[in-house]
Design a protein. Sequence first.
Lengths: 249, 197
Amino acid sequence: MGSSSSGGGERSMALNGLDDGPETLRDHWIAIWMGIIFLVVGSIGLVALCGILPFPSPSLSPDQVLAIYRDNPIRMRIGVLLLFIGTMTFNQLYTIQFLHMRRVEGRFPIWSYTLLCTGIMAALPAWLASLLWLACTFRPDSDPGTILLLHDIGFLAFTFSTLPFVVIAQICYIIVFFRDRTQRVFPRWLAYMAVLDLLIFVPNALVPFFKSGPFAWNGVMGIYLPLTAYSVFMICFMTTVMRKRSPKS
Amino acid sequence: MNLELPQRELSKASKPEVPGEEGVWVVIFGEMIVFSILFAVFLDARQKDAAAFEAGRAALDLTLGVVNTLILLTSSFAVAAAVDLYRKGDAWSARALTLVAALLGLGFCITKAFEYKAKLAAGAAVFDNPFHVYYFLLTGLHLVHVIVGIGILLTMSAYMGRPGHPARQRLMESGGLFWHLVDLLWIVIFPLLYILH
């Protein structure tokens, strides 16, 4: 299973022990850069959308909420457009995750495919939230009750996203600890990182019960810690996937 | 005269060994960072509404808090002794001590249950005071870690049947380290919630 045909020892140090050649490496880099660019664009949209990055509190008065959508419709619409672009961040990253995990599994790669499906589910609420916010800014003079409801659904969808991420972390944990024994595609500490993610995402389940404080959708346990933890996890994951290792037979 | 060290000793000297698996330190430092952020948020919120927070603190049962602290400190000591005994080959005593630590952990959970029951007797109104939101956040998240830690201790004691293998020793150390993390977190949470005014 050597790569002598692709021309020498350098090429055989392919990323993460893959024995596949320069095209695969290039595809990986394109995918990751796409993810980064989409994420940056989406973050700019989020900042433009919400004014400043701290999300509006769930305990704002109805007038304040309506003011968000009525004050600056052009800016909000541009922000939503960029946010839509940002929702494309994770598609290619989940595919990379899926493909490397599939290397670990045998004939029935249950966990890899579950990861792919769960990844889609995890990315969908952000898209839904963008759509609802678009509807809010599209006709800011429409019925206030409707705008308030769409505002609430949007933010809840965006921040109350416990289950898919918990399942993703659980699958990573299962694959790295229990399945990845022979090839060592992933380092063991990645599984511990997934455990850390799990512990941080569990309190996120309390978002529907609070309108202020750390569990609210603009709180530290509601959005900021889970977002940071998951970002760090994805960065670590992609870094370990992109490291160069000699292929093992 | 042979001036060369045997290869094994050379590699041992050049690679300082960290106890436990390297991955468990990811969890330990990660959780310390997470809880530090939560402590900072708590202190910031406390500063904004000192009266309500002080009222909430005064309603806490300090005795139960001290009892919990002693329980965790003792169980940490038991785990440290157990891991050391296991390393020396005395699997039976190591197993007994690990089970003692797990039992103490269970005692912690029971006293916590009493505290929670007393607080929640008033129903959801308890969350009107922001202090209680942070109280349940910090102690609740810590309780999740305690429960996970008890599970780890029970798994450790189950695996202590066969002593000696270095990889297994590392797993035992990792489990012990997690329990020490649980203890360390409580040692910061306790003064922050129960004593600071």
